[in-house]
Design a protein around this ligand. Structure first.
Ligand SMILES: *Cc1c(COP(=O)(O)O)cnc(C)c1O
Length: 384
């Protein structure tokens, strides 16, 4: 068997100390130990989210936190403005439709960042908007959206700002409070270095006011119930406690590195990956790349499944292709969470060999050199 190298934008690799936590005996969820775990992870999550707001812990994949945000803040028939720029932001619209929320789609071309001016215009036109739903890192296109600028605009209205930070939080700068994000949804299996199964949602006072104004249609994702229990560092239902033990360990890693250093590491990895890909003559898909993954266009004459298949077969590297209308058109490589600069170097080196074998005219070392140039330069800058 090949040494597995999971380079997907979720799930992402899990470090050994976290894996060991997962092997411990299951504890009871109403025990004193369980409570102390929740106290500790909530503090750690607040640091990662950069928030003083409440954080709810949900046992679900990341989409569960999105669903909880939508169904609890916007009553049926209420209006939500969806910043639709890819497969995952479209999901906000699908969730709204499932609950009878009036989803107004503000469409942005895939791969382009959402234009804050257009958000301002849409909000001026739809003054009854209850929530704006956007994305920090659109994983389907590898795009980072200008969440800070959008947050400023939404904050000047009655609407709350809900952000899907599932592949972004912990992989790129995101400050929930300073950027005026009312609801920030995150899943465990991306930059938080855990297996899938937990979702987190921060909730601002402005959002609680919307939530308290009506009774949501969801039983399991009732945030009022969650708030009541979280006040006692408990959850309404049995949480995935094994994962919470793992989370304690992964948050400790983040705390020791420092969240700003974690962001800086991802920024370096992402700039290096972009340089490496471009040095090989490949084209980046996104006009404003996210920092936890890199998406590039499949070069003419080669199939995306050949590139990904060879990476997997020869080197044990798992990557993903495009979703929906990008199927076959792009390759997406994750570098989030438990990843470092050498992972990017080896990933680009593998890509050089695979593309060469597939018949592209690749000078070996060219991509790797470009990666190293970025890394050497940014190290020198960081030291100054
Ligand atoms: C992974 C991802 C999701 C989906 O999360 P699940 O955990 O599969 O529910 C949603 N949004 C973004 C931006 C993602 O990257």
């Amino acid at each position: 068997m090949r040494k597995p190298r999971l380079m997907t934008p979720g799930p992402a690799p899990v470090p050994e100390d976290v894996l060991l936590e997962l092997a411990r005996p299951v504890i009871h969820h109403r025990s004193a130990e369980a409570k102390s775990v929740i106290i500790e992870v909530v503090a750690g999550l607040k640091d990662v989210f950069q928030t003083k707001n409440d954080i709810m812990i949900l046992t679900a994949s990341g989409t569960g936190a999105m669903e909880a945000a939508a169904v609890n803040t916007v009553p049926p028939g209420g209006k939500a403005l969806i910043l639709n720029a890819g497969w995952f932001s479209k999901r906000w619209g699908d969730i709204c439709k499932a609950y009878g929320i009036n989803a107004v789609m503000l469409d942005t071309e895939w791969g382009q960042p959402v234009d804050p001016d257009q958000v301002a215009n849409a909000l001026a036109q739809h003054k009854d908007t209850v929530a704006v739903m956007g994305t920090l890192s659109e994983t389907s296109t590898g795009t980072g959206h200008p969440v800070e600028a959008i947050g400023k605009i939404v904050a000047g209205t009655e609407a709350v700002f809900a952000v899907d930070g599932i592949s972004g939080v912990g992989a790129m700068e995101c400050r929930a409070d300073a950027w005026q994000i009312d609801l920030l949804a995150v899943g465990s299996q991306k930059a938080l270095m855990l297996p899938p199964g937990l979702a987190f949602l921060s909730v601002s006072d402005k959002a609680w006011k919307k939530i308290d104004a009506f009774q949501s249609a969801s039983y399991y994702f009732d945030l009022k119930k969650a708030r009541k229990k979280m006040a006692e560092f408990d959850t309404p239902f049995t949480p995935a406690h094994t994962l919470l033990l793992g989370l304690k360990a992964s948050l400790k890693r983040i705390r020791e590195e420092g969240i700003e250093n974690v962001w800086a590491r991802h920024k370096r990895m992402s700039e290096a990956a972009q340089a490496g890909v471009q040095a090989l003559g490949l084209e980046l898909f996104s006009a404003r790349p996210a920092e936890g993954l890199t998406a590039f266009r499949v070069p003419a004459g080669i199939k995306d499944s050949d590139i990904r298949g060879e990476l997997e077969k020869r080197f044990g590297i798992t990557t993903v292709g495009g979703q929906d209308k990008l199927k076959g058109k792009i390759v997406r490589v994750g570098h989030m969470g438990y990843m470092d600069e050498l992972d990017v170097i080896s990933g680009i080196a593998a890509l050089e060999m695979v593309l060469s074998d597939l018949g592209m005219d690749i000078e070996p070392g060219r991509g790797v050199t470009a990666v190293q140039q970025v890394l050497i330069g940014s190290r020198a800058l960081a030291a100054r």
